[in-house]
Design a binder for this molecule. Structure first.
Ligand SMILES: [Ca+2]
Ligand SMILES: [Ca+2]
Ligand SMILES: [Ca+2]
Length: 202
């Protein structure tokens, strides 16, 4: 415990020093970044992720906007500018991550909102289709992380809801990938998961 407290204090001091350095040396900021450019999205954007959603080699951006009940997808032009946002409807989104949840090689979106976790499968052209909403204890999903927790090759999700349990949604990946690659992306929405909770040990 003492070690953890010391580590925390050291991290806090390091962060403070970092901020002070930049506050006292404003020219360093202009050396790191050119003047900002703004691109409109919805109201109260709380999360932002990047990916190549239309698979054109240019990095794109997606944001989750709480008050607008929307996800904005801005396709990049490759020069630091973005096209006008494409909108996805989600109730009160707070968390957003990118992952390949159906195993087709293209990026998908997982959104934490008032309905739990909503999975939007990428169509490969910058548009998405809703695969489903997955409840997490009847509460809003406030934070998401993705990883292959059971090492079966399918991407899984860890979800925090502000209460004690951490929900783990085990992905089933693309169940047809070995049978028919062609039909996999169009006929299967395979993110029908088993759900379990992981509780504190103390
Ligand atoms: Ca792109
Ligand atoms: Ca995918
Ligand atoms: Ca897995």
């Amino acid at each position: 415990m003492r070690h953890n407290q010391s580590t925390f204090r050291l991290a806090a001091l390091s962060a403070l020093s970092f901020l002070v350095v930049f506050a006292d040396h404003a020219p360093a900021q202009t050396a790191l970044f050119s003047p900002r450019r703004d691109f409109p999205v919805g109201e109260d954007a709380l999360a932002v992720v990047v990916g190549d959603f239309d698979r054109d080699g240019m990095t794109d951006v997606a944001t989750a906007e709480l008050s607008s009940n929307s996800i904005s997808v801005l396709l990049g032009n490759g020069d630091g500018t973005f096209r006008p946002a494409l909108l996805l409807a989600v109730s009160l989104p707070r968390a957003l991550i990118v992952g390949d949840f159906n195993g087709d090689g293209g990026p998908d979106l997982a959104v934490g909102g008032s309905q739990g976790v909503s999975i939007f499968l990428g169509n490969g052209d910058g548009t998405f289709q809703l695969a489903g909403d997955f409840a997490v204890g009847g509460r809003p999903a406030l934070g998401l992380a993705a990883g292959d927790f059971n090492r079966d090759g399918a991407l899984d999700l860890a979800v925090v809801i502000g209460a004690e349990p951490v929900f783990v949604l085990l992905g089933r990946g693309d169940r047809t990938r070995n049978a028919s690659r062609r039909t996999a992306s169009t006929r299967w929405w395979p993110w029908l998961t088993s759900t379990e909770t992981v509780r504190r040990t103390s």
